[in-house]
Design a protein around this ligand. Sequence first.
Ligand code: TRP
Length: 335
Amino acid sequence: MEINTPTAPMIDLSRHQDGSSDTSAFARDVAEGLSTKYKTLPSRYFYDGTGSRLFQQIMDLPEYYLTRSELEVLTQNKKNMAGQFSQGGPFHLIDLGAGDALKTKLLLQELTAQQRNFDYVPVDISKDAMLELSDSLQQELPQLKVEAVVGEYFQALEWLQENKDGRKVVLFLGSNIGNFKAEESITFLQSIRSYLHAGDQLLMGVDLRKDPGVILKAYNDEAGITAAFNLNLLDRINRELGADFNVDQFCHHAIYNPLEGVMRSFLVSKQAQDVHISEAGLTVHFDAWEAIHTENSYKYSIPQVEELGRQCGFAVDTVFYDRQKGFADVLFSVA
Ligand code: TRP
């Protein structure tokens, strides 16, 4: 379904076009995650209004190097990247999980300055984010052709398949790939690959393996913002699913495993307690010091990234680094 705003065209593929959230899916996912022996909660529910604001604060923390590192990668390499995107002629620049597109704007400015022939298709699950982005781009780069898509990644790729001919350059920035388990990241990239053709490209952000102490601090900051962000998930369940989590009786705990290269975040119950979740029709028991696993953030080595690409039908063209080589944006082409 197409909705034309006064500023730029926008496609809304989401099931809840009125902006309401899918409470029953949330309730189902929470019930499922808290009914297993090792409790888990899906990380996609971190980002309600409060969670998104807290994540903005995380990105400004001195310890959370990821966003700054990727900004540096893009700042230092945008000329080269823009040139490589444009080698095959006109293209659609598809930005999966665009958000406020703070990082992508560096590339958009560069591509516009180089007078490249492309249009910009930001994709995000948040309609508000896409409205704001369309507006701000209209102000900042009025000559840029923008068509935002509101929806899940694969809904959007399917829509593009049917509605946009021509070459595609897909952006998957921010090390979001790190939040998938090994098998999930393969399925995800294979599925992206299935929508692409010879000559198409993928630029993917990956946080690289580094001093474990540096990684650990990024997920366990001094000011406690990451703790608040993690604990907000319980607040959200209280607000939206009528639960009675006593949030003070849980604490944030994060550990890095350098063998697997994974940062894991948990919420730990400080006492034995029962929690009732009305919307899920469920009472959950926690033993003292029982944990809920809330997030994985995998860190990669470059050989691992190459291998991942190979398994999914991509070949590495160029690896762009920050000065410290702690973060990379990897340009793949369809193999
Ligand atoms: N997914 C992001 C990451 O892995 C966001 C994040 C930062 C995060 N800190 C966190 C997720 C703490 C859960 C817990 O970097």
